[in-house]
Design a binder for this molecule. Structure first.
Ligand SMILES: [Zn+2]
Length: 835
């Protein structure tokens, strides 16, 4: 039995150390018979480390659901004893100015990464088999692998999602396997196991690092800068197997050196051809798969002198499933991934020098490219929003980008960058390609069809003010994480009132905390100036005012809550001794309106976008410490709507809600409810006559005398290019509107990855954010589509009886990455009911 399983999975004639337990012996079932739970997989990897001195077990962090993220290090005991010195030597490869001794004698660093999408489960099973093979196989070739490589096995990039799917597959498994694709085993319920706890796609998160799994993984990654990284997936059941190279040019990242794609990818492909030819598995290369967005596990390493590779296996999605030809078994899918894993190690060891030299050259060339770049210095910072500036700076440091203090205040294009609140990033550094990723928008592409986002410039997602200088300037002290730590706040007792500027990213966190503690808070509908510590201080739209009188809390207790709010949210809170303003309304004016606690429910479940719902849940839960009631659409019929003053609907598809439920939402809104509609929920509401707005129609083309005719094979490219795959646009925001409170500027960047085009409101005051006439900033858009986008609405208010619908046509919370537009959503929650 045991040998039968080994015979199936491993190359013929493989011999193993009998003292090392096979996965089958440890788990008590044949690999492929069940979906192995994370805890059992972790226990097996731990066992390997216990019984063998070639394997070492490490926990690199924990997921949201407290599952461990593990790495099994496989190498010779001698290499392991010298691991720290190997690491130090390896990291010098990324330091162009450092001397590297005996590059040719260093081991190659291989990270075998698996199962980032939880419901693409074959690869974690393959990881156990690969680990077993590398530890237990007695051949001289395997001994050579371990001698010349440090192999890290990260068997599950997404443990929470994997277990969600594994339970599903196991709980529906019958003794007599059901291959019928209609069986429940093959059809998960919402939200499925692809995503992590907060329903984020972790294979988009290598750049944003919005999720804890990614932050843990990246910290490990940066400790090692591996030469080779695998990223294992599954695709449709009727497909075969895919390995890189991806589609030349069109799907590749424009700043990655060609030597990566044309040299290394083709070199490695030969090994995968041999591995899969040997077992007769069908495969394809080059035709598809986007490899351009730095948030992919197969792209990020390419921007770090490594070779990142995506592998896709036709899924059995369950234990066995029918396909157009033979049934696809789980074991079959596992075997293909196992064989390419072993081929990856073989290719890495046999091309060790090439890989090490590639990485060495990569960083040297990156630095040289930076030294010659037109922009030599980037300055960034928003003096009105320390917490957003801080989050951006932290992300730079997490990605290993050298960032420095400013020695003096700067001004570029009328924007002020005060020292201490703004920082500099020089182009002259080994991480220059990541500097480009953060600051340089891309509008020229090889190809117009994109699998995913065609824009990702980080400074734009943060809406971060920044400017470029053509010259080098003196670098201040290197910025560190300690510089960005929260500073303890001590707010003195106010005689009259406390004031909070709304422009800080975390001001809503303080507001929620105060409301939760029954503090009365008002928001300013007009800017004003007050005397603070003997100085005039200007406060913008939306600034919060907390009077000392007129509270249920006594002044001491109020001060305590104020201090707690300030420390929780890392913001300054100011005190004033008088209600008389130096300019603008006095503090008792009707221009200060009492803020009510948002009691919000969000509809989720079948027919709604789990990504968008997850982004909102994650935003409120992790950044603002705000609970959010998630209501399944199937339970909506019995929901006591009177409990809520705000209802959030994310993108919907199909008929998530029936006619009667639409009617309920309409009545509730008409009675004064605050309905927040996001993306396709806006068109859904229009289709259901909940709101009356108009779409932008394409201009009628003049009748052509001749019908157009194209070659059949160009059809996909032609239709794909009209789709907006993900583009950053410039828009105009009305800063006096309550939904825009906190924005100091009329310019805003928005992210669009859809073709929903809505005309501005008939009311001149209701189009809060509107596209500019030349709006394209980053990413590809077809000229015809661009024409329709110009001047259309991005955020608008649609009155419904005594209530209103707030239409967030562009997703302001995309991937937990759009710090620049999150405020639109937070304002909709807090201020949506106030105008
Ligand atoms: Zn996948």
């Amino acid at each position: 039995m045991l040998s039968a399983q080994n015979d199936y999975f491993f190359p013929e004639g493989s011999r193993f150390d009998p003292d090392i337990p096979t996965p089958e012996a440890f788990l008590g079932y044949s690999v492929g018979d069940f979906h192995t739970r994370i805890d059992r997989m972790v226990a097996y990897m731990e066992r390997l480390a216990e019984v063998s001195d070639k394997a070492n077990f490490e926990i690199i962090g924990y997921t949201n659901e407290r599952r461990p993220q593990i790495v099994l290090t496989i190498t010779t005991p001698n290499n392991y004893d010298n691991l720290e010195s190997i690491r130090q030597k390896h990291l010098k490869i990324a330091q162009p100015d450092a001397e590297v001794e005996n590059l040719g004698e260093q081991p190659v660093i291989v990270l075998l990464g698996y199962n980032v999408h939880g419901n693409e489960p074959s690869s974690t099973e393959a990881a156990m088999l690969a680990a077993y093979y590398l530890v237990a196989n007695t051949s001289s070739e395997t001994a050579e692998f371990l001698e010349n490589a440090v192999i890290f096995v990260d068997p599950a990039f997404n443990p929470d999602g994997r277990d969600r799917h594994s339970h599903w597959a196991n709980m529906h498994k019958a003794k007599e396997l059901v291959a019928d694709p209609n069986d429940r085993e093959h059809n998960e319920v919402w939200p499925g196991g692809r995503t992590n706890h907060y329903w984020f796609d972790l294979n988009r998160d290598w750049l944003p690092l919005a999720q804890v799994e990614s932050r843990n993984r990246l910290a490990f990654y940066r400790k090692w800068l591996p030469n080779v990284v695998t990223d294992y997936h599954e695709m449709g059941t009727n497909s075969t197997y895919f390995f890189e190279p991806t589609k030349p040019f069109g799907s590749e990242n424009p700043i990655v050196p060609r030597s990566n794609y044309e040299g290394l990818n083709n070199l490695f492909a030969e090994y995968y051809v041999d591995a899969l030819d040997a077992i007769g598995s069908l495969y394809f290369t080059k035709e598809v798969f986007d490899n351009s967005y730095p948030g992919y596990g197969s792209t990020y390493p390419d921007i770090h002198g490594g070779l990142g590779m995506v592998f896709e296996q036709a899924s059995s999605r369950g234990h066995v499933q029918e396909s157009d030809t033979e049934d696809v078994t789980f074991a079959f899918t596992i075997r293909n991934h196992l064989r390419t894993s072993l081929a990856t190690v073989r290719a890495s060891v046999e091309n060790r020098n090439t890989l090490l030299e590639h990485q060495r050259n990569f960083f040297a060339e990156a630095k040289a490219k930076g030294q010659k770049a037109a922009t030599q210095t980037y300055i960034f910072g928003d003096p009105n929003d320390w917490n957003r500036t801080r989050a951006f700076a932290k992300l730079l440091l997490q990605h290993g980008i050298e960032t420095y203090q400013l020695n003096e205040d700067m001004e570029i294009d009328d924007t002020k960058y005060p020292s201490g609140k703004a920082f500099m990033v020089p182009a002259d550094q080994a991480q220059y390609l990541m500097v480009q990723t953060f600051f340089e928008p891309v509008t020229e592409f090889y190809d117009s069809v994109f699998y995913d986002a065609s824009s990702w410039t980080v400074a734009l997602t943060f809406g971060m003010p920044y400017g470029g200088l053509t010259q080098n300037i003196d670098r201040g002290d290197a910025l560190t994480m300690d510089d960005l730590a929260s500073a303890p706040k001590s707010i003195p007792m106010a005689d009259y009132a406390y004031l909070i500027e709304w422009s800080d990213y975390l001001a809503p966190k303080a507001l929620y905390y105060l409301l939760e503690n029954e503090v009365n808070v008002s928001a300013a509908f007009q800017p004003f100036a007050a005397e603070v510590d003997g100085q005039r201080m200007d406060f913008g739209y939306g600034s919060l005012m907390i009077p000392v009188a007129d509270q249920s809390l006594d002044p001491q207790m109020l001060n305590q809550k104020i201090n707690e709010a300030a420390n929780l949210s890392n913001i300054d809170i100011h005190t004033v001794a008088s209600g008389f303003s130096l300019s603008g309304p006095d503090l008792g004016s009707r221009n200060f309106q009492v803020v009510k606690m948002p009691r919000a429910a969000m509809l989720i479940g079948d027919g709604t976008s789990a990504y968008e719902a997850g982004e909102i849940w994650h935003l409120l839960d992790t950044r603002y410490n705000m609970p959010m009631t998630k209501v399944d659409v199937n339970d909506f019929g019995g929901l006591p709507l009177e409990r809520y003053n705000t209802l959030v609907l994310v993108s919907t598809y199909g008929n998530a809600l029936d006619e009667r439920q639409v009617e309920r939402i309409k009545e509730w809104t008409q009675a004064g409810g605050n309905l927040i509609l996001q993306r396709s929920a806006v068109s859904w509401a229009m289709g259901n006559k909940l709101i009356s707005e108009k779409t932008v129609e394409a201009e009628k083309k003049e009748e052509k005398t001749e019908a157009e005719r194209y070659d059949f094979e160009t059809a996909r490219n032609r239709s794909g290019s009209r789709r907006v795959g993900g583009v950053v646009f410039a828009a105009d925001i009305d800063p006096s509107h309550p939904l825009a409170f906190g924005y100091r500027d009329r310019d805003i960047y928005v992210y669009r990855n859809h073709n929903i085009l809505i005309q501005p409101s008939k009311s001149p005051y209701n189009t809060v954010v509107r596209y500019k006439d030349l709006p394209q900033v980053d990413g590809y858009v077809h000229p015809e589509t661009l024409k329709m986008i110009q001047g259309s609405a991005s955020t608008m208010v649609s009155p419904v009886g005594r209530g209103k619908a707030i239409c967030l046509i562009d997703n302001p919370n995309f991937r937990g990455f759009w710090y620049g537009t999150n405020r639109l959503f937070m304002n909709s929650l807090f201020f949506g009911g106030m105008f």
